[in-house]
Design a protein around this ligand. Structure first.
Ligand code: IPE
Ligand code: IPE
Ligand code: MG
Length: 258
């Protein structure tokens, strides 16, 4: 399953356009509050932003787009908001999958599905199946996802399948059990809404990602904002532990120069 280079085991290839962009879509509630609207109105507008960012990612040549939609800690929110979020997720699955199919988007959902109701789980499975052969963009929605859950889940599965090698497990042993084993590690991590934290998102996979924070609230984020984030990424020097001089020798110093 390890088709992709791990940033810690090998120095990965750096391309001008991030191959994998992972986003914490934050700020829906504040966007709504600024407009004297209920929080859910921010979530509704946030779904529109998802559409635009999916389109823009395809245009920019991004191959993997991963969106944090609901964290394992978001159950702590008021019951009413949680239930509206689930309804929105369900209706998006019901109405958007055809469009994803047409646009060559493969949909994946990661997270602990066990806590979702059966109807939602069925919709997720059907959507994943219907889009499985698409190859233009892999859109991953992280729902009831937590980085710690992901790691523990992977460790428990590894322990169950390879008990004989416990004590000698390597990164390569663990990686196939992580929920994003089908994707390269994120090159660019974006968080909208002004907070500068990881909030239990992809803890393992973000080891060498470039971080980009913007004050822009998710419902106001758009194709231009994504372009700006990618432009910032292109100005970064991804050293993966090496010195700047070493990069110069290999002519790979900036993401944008290759
Ligand atoms: C992100 O927006 C959406 C989810 C977490 C589901 P928020 O709802 O967290 O918006 P703020 O942070 O309260 O503005
Ligand atoms: C993180 O946003 C999770 C999602 C965007 C789904 P939150 O708004 O829940 O994060 P915290 O609680 O402020 O860290
Ligand atoms: Mg928030």
């Amino acid at each position: 399953m390890a088709f992709f280079k791990s940033a810690t085991r090998e120095v990965p290839e750096v391309r001008p356009v991030p191959r994998h962009v992972a986003i914490i879509m934050d700020g829906n509630g504040r966007w709504a509050k600024q407009r004297f609207l209920p929080r859910v109105a921010g979530h509704v507008k946030g779904v529109e932003t998802v559409r635009e960012v999916v389109r823009a990612s395809i245009e920019q040549g991004v191959e993997y787009l991963t969106l944090f939609a609901f964290s394992s800690e978001n159950w702590r929110r008021p019951v009413e908001e949680v239930s509206r979020l689930m309804q929105l997720f369900m209706s998006a699955l019901e109405h958007e999958v055809k469009k994803l199919e047409r646009n060559g988007v493969r949909l994946k959902v990661i997270g602990d599905m066990g806590r979702f109701d059966a109807r939602l789980q069925t919709l997720i499975e059907a959507a994943e199946e219907a889009t499985a052969a698409n190859a233009r963009l892999t859109l991953t929605i992280a729902a009831n996802y937590g980085g710690r859950w992901d790691l523990l889940n992977a460790m428990n599965r590894l322990a169950a399948e390879k008990p004989e090698s416990a004590g000698q497990w390597t990164e390569a042993d663990l990686e196939p059990y992580l929920s994003m084993a089908y994707a390269p590690e994120p090159d660019l991590f974006i968080r909208t809404g002004g907070e500068e934290r990881v909030s239990n998102f992809l803890l393992w996979q973000l080891a060498y990602s470039e971080f980009y924070f913007t004050e822009t609230l998710w419902p106001a984020f758009d194709a231009d904002a994504l372009k700006e984030a990618i432009a910032s990424y292109q100005r970064r020097e991804r050293r993966f532990g090496r010195t700047s001089e070493q990069l110069g020798e290999q002519g790979t110093s900036k993401s944008g120069t290759k």
